[in-house]
Design a protein around this ligand. Structure first.
Ligand code: NAD
Length: 369
């Protein structure tokens, strides 16, 4: 298989972790005879410095000519005081709009090997394995008006939560399709006791559910969902929710995996060009120190193999290699209280070695089959 991948490293640790994902993909390509061609584009702060735009046209064109997009992270103090249109995060919102990336998928899993650094006791996280499906192109982050204003001479502010029924339908439908391939349960999270938008969301969820009689639908208010994620995370299979609720709940859920550095994500479009990025940001506090955890980015690359290229076996091989390395006790700084930890590139090397070992075992088994 030959595939073109647009690589947008972005800022801070984005640059460090994306190199790890490329190394791992090249290793997988060698073992499984795939050719991945990587072409680089600018986004975020780096793009502001080079092109005076957080998402230059060159980058959009590059993405459109590719089979999938890998993104690191954007942002940093250097650009914090910029005007709104020259902020790195604008690049993120813009690429979601440009590529029509409407569904953000964040799988959340607990790793028993990371128990010692988990804030949760004993076997509280045993068997946690769910998927958050967050709407990405509507809601409060995009609604207009969104501005500071004066109301009867007093300083005031307005943000707008706007959704079209179709936008709700397609994200909820995506969640049902994904649940069909998992444990057949969708938890739709809203605030229907207060918000009009949530009342429509709930109606739409009920309607979509009629198309999937083998999938169970439950509704949960977002405040309760925030509590249930911590109290009994095993109850969830697929959670579907609007943009801002999903933003907050998915960061909360990151702690169930042990660290923000463990959480991958995929952003799907309806035209087949999808984007993959870690759930974390550019972490300016640790950027340049080679101590970032590259696993979220590497697992995002595995999601790309599965969702964009239908390479399930190869994606599974990466996920297995990550598990092996963690079980062997290898930890980046965010995963340990000890002073001994592996650096970003050492973690990548460990994962590549685990891939090589697994591949060798697979070959021996095939030879004897
Ligand atoms: P962050 O995710 O960058 O960092 C939060 C904390 O987690 C920090 O202490 C950081 O050191 C740690 N962390 C994050 N990823 C890690 C990793 N892979 N390994 C080890 N530790 C890791 O969030 P923040 O500090 O709120 O934001 C920093 C910048 O990133 C801001 O400019 C923000 O706007 C931007 N941001 C970008 C994205 C994105 O590009 N998708 C997402 C969130 C925040």
């Amino acid at each position: 298989m030959r595939k073109k991948i647009a690589v947008l490293p972005g800022d801070g640790i984005g640059k460090e972790v994306i190199q790890g994902a490329i190394d791992v993909l090249q290793t997988v390509g060698r073992y499984y005879h795939h050719e991945f061609e990587f072409q680089y584009g600018a986004i975020g702060g780096e793009a502001i410095d080079q092109f005076e735009s957080p998402l230059p046209k060159e980058t959009i064109d590059l993405c459109r000519q590719s089979d999938a997009v890998l993104l690191g992270a954007v942002g940093g103090p250097k650009w914090d005081r910029n005007e709104a249109h020259l902020r790195p995060e604008k690049g993120l919102l813009a690429i979601r709009k440009e590529l029509d990336l409407f569904a953000n998928l964040r799988p959340v899993q607990s790793y028993s090997s990371l128990q010692e650094t988990s804030p949760f006791k004993g076997d509280h996280l045993e068997g946690v394995d769910f998927l958050i499906v967050r709407e990405l192109t509507g809601g409060l982050y995009f609604g207009k008006p969104s501005e500071r204003l004066r109301d009867n001479g007093e300083e005031a502010v307005v943000d707008t939560l706007f959704y079209k029924r179709k936008e709700m339908e397609r994200i909820i439908d995506t969640a049902f399709q994904l649940a069909k391939k998992r444990n057949k349960k969708v938890t739709s999270v809203d605030k229907a006791n207060v918000l009009q938008s949530s009342k429509l969301w709930r109606d739409v969820a009920e309607e979509v559910a009629t198309k999937y009689p083998d999938v169970e639908l439950e509704h949960m208010l977002v405040d309760n969902a925030a509590m249930q994620l911590i109290a009994k995370p095993q109850q969830f299979d697929v959670i579907v929710t609007e943009n801002m609720f999903g933003d907050i709940l998915s960061d909360e859920a990151a702690m169930l995996s042990g660290s923000l550095g463990m959480l991958p994500s995929a952003s799907l479009s309806s035209n087949g060009l999808h984007l993959y990025e870690p759930a974390h940001g550019s972490a300016p506090d640790i950027a340049g120190k080679q101590i970032a955890n590259p696993i979220a980015m590497i697992l995002s690359a595995a999601m790309m193999l599965r969702h964009s290229f239908q390479l399930d076996e190869e994606a599974g091989a990466i996920e297995k290699a990550v598990k092996h390395v963690l079980e062997a006790g290898k930890r980046t700084k965010d995963l340990t209280y000890q002073n001994r930890f592996v650096r970003t590139n050492e973690m990548v090397e460990e994962i590549k070695e685990a891939l090589a070992d697994d591949f060798a075992i697979l070959n021996i088994m095939e030879a004897y089959a």
